[in-house]
Design a protein around this ligand. Structure first.
Ligand code: TRP
Length: 460
């Protein structure tokens, strides 16, 4: 694969060719009409793709438990770009999710040289403080540190057995001179993403990870690894319905009745199928077609959309039998907001973004200098109108500061018709952003000294 076709999660240069990314990596488009109470980022097409979101939507519909996992790098300051994920986390929480927040202090130590003590200080005072102000509910939010949760590190090791350097080469483009910190970090991140399903962290349930597309390689890796651990594979059946296929591996061969010489014990296999059918009983299917020789159980009456629930049933059985029983993580992807200067947003270039604790003066200065979609002269602007697709002030209203869709549409109409000038749209952006930042800062004050409420017991 050519370098340009890979996604590098450590690079600040990200492709914004979202249609290509979606097709190349097999992401699905988001159908907003299927979302309950869609948020602003959904309605505006900013959350543009997903993997297996249907599984989560099913949980919301049935009020079944599901969780969200998100992670933060505890280095640098929190800016608007980071707040987009928290917006989605809050939305999922409002739909019934429990929330786990990873402080990637080991990753920051390994890839950026941030000490664990610095990472802790920064994570709590900079990130968790703003998450609280942005409205996360502490009652079912658990912030933990990678360095303080051995279960995550253990998983990184166990899951590492299911991948190899060739896969890392294919996904990340690693070569002989790749720093090994970049080999460790994705395995720990896979541990982060999987571990909320462990019994002591909430047990088997779907976990959704909202991210920017830069993090998709980690999700592909984790989903692949989870798939390789499965004792039962659920797939569409050619003649309609679903098929559950046994996946015989070292750790289950004996249980599945496969002798070292490859011979299959009929009775044991019969018993496995019986257990499979029992575990699927809650789904209420009338008939099953077992093919013990192939190790498959067909469910002709299943709908393709049942796949998530069927998978949950067979994963529960896998756990009962001694397997890991890991649901592959679901994910959503948001577009990146443009930097204020018109190029990429980057925390190392403060003029390209607005930080959560920027003063009104700092913010105003950035918006005034922001890249404009206006015409060079007032005369031309009145005649040709402004270009919202290039105008940074407009886009910041759209991504962050103007929650009212009809007001946003009115601003777009005024600007594109030339009735509203570039200076005027910037002023609207400054006004809205001032309210937003002031409100956030007041909420931060309210949470001062109470951030422990968000920390998991092992993070206190
Ligand atoms: N790698 C992420 C980043 O660079 C941080 C992170 C660690 C993370 N673990 C995670 C993000 C799990 C999402 C899910 O920002």
């Amino acid at each position: 694969m050519a370098d340009g076709e890979r996604i590098d999660p450590w690079s600040s240069e990200q492709s914004t060719d979202y249609a290509r990314i979606r097709d190349q990596f097999g992401l699905e488009g988001v159908d907003v009409s299927r979302l309950p109470n869609p948020g602003m980022l959904h309605r505006r097409g900013i959350v543009f793709a997903h993997r297996d979101l249907d599984v989560v939507l099913g949980c919301i519909e049935r009020s079944d438990p599901f969780g969200v996992l998100t992670g933060l790098m505890p280095s640098g300051r929190m800016h608007l770009g980071h707040s987009m994920v928290i917006d989605q986390v809050r939305w999922f929480q409002q739909q019934g999710a429990d929330i786990t927040v990873t402080v990637a202090d080991l990753e920051a130590l390994a890839t950026r040289g941030t000490s664990l003590a610095e990472g802790r200080e920064n994570a709590i005072n900079e990130y968790v403080h703003n998450y609280a102000a942005l409205g996360l509910d502490p009652s079912n939010t658990n912030v933990y540190f990678q360095s303080g949760r051995p279960a995550v590190q253990r998983l990184a090791f166990t899951l590492g057995r299911r991948t190899n350097l060739s896969e890392f080469e294919a996904i990340y483009g690693f070569r002989g001179d790749t720093n090994l910190a970049h080999v460790q970090a994705p395995l720990v991140q896979a541990g982060d993403i999987i571990h909320p399903q462990l019994e002591e962290y909430g047990g088997l349930r779907p976990i959704v990870v909202p991210v920017g597309v830069d993090q998709d390689p980690h999700l592909r890796l984790t989903r692949g690894i989870a798939g390789k651990t499965h004792w039962f594979n659920v797939k569409p059946r050619k003649a309609g319905g679903l098929t559950v296929a046994l996946s015989v591996q070292n750790d289950n061969a004996e249980l599945f009745g496969v002798a070292p010489n490859g011979r299959v014990d009929r009775d044991t296999r019969e018993e496995i199928f019986q257990r499979l059918k029992n575990s699927l009983a809650p789904m209420g299917y009338a008939d099953f077609v077992a093919n013990p020789k192939h190790g498959t159980l067909d469910i002709p009456g299943a709908n393709l959309s049942d796949a998530g629930q069927v998978r949950m049933c067979v994963l529960a059985l896998e756990r009962e039998m001694g397997g890991m029983g890991l649901m592959p993580p679901c994910s959503t992807y948001h577009r990146f907001a443009v930097g204020m200067t018109g190029d990429k947003m980057s925390s190392s270039k403060p003029q390209t973004t607005i930080f959560m604790d920027d003063s009104i003066e700092e913010m105003s200065k950035k918006v005034k200098r922001a890249f404009s979609g206006g015409q060079p002269t007032v005369e031309e602007h009145r005649r040709l109108g402004g270009d919202c697709s290039k105008d940074v002030a407009f886009q910041y209203l759209q991504f962050f500061f103007e929650p009212d869709d009809s007001e946003l549409a009115r601003i777009a109409r005024e600007y594109e018709s030339g009735r509203m000038l570039a200076g005027e749209i910037k002023q609207i952006c400054i006004d809205r952003a001032s309210e937003w930042l002031t409100d956030l800062s007041e909420k931060r004050d309210m949470w001062e000294g109470r951030l422990d409420e968000f920390l998991a017991a092992d993070a206190l």
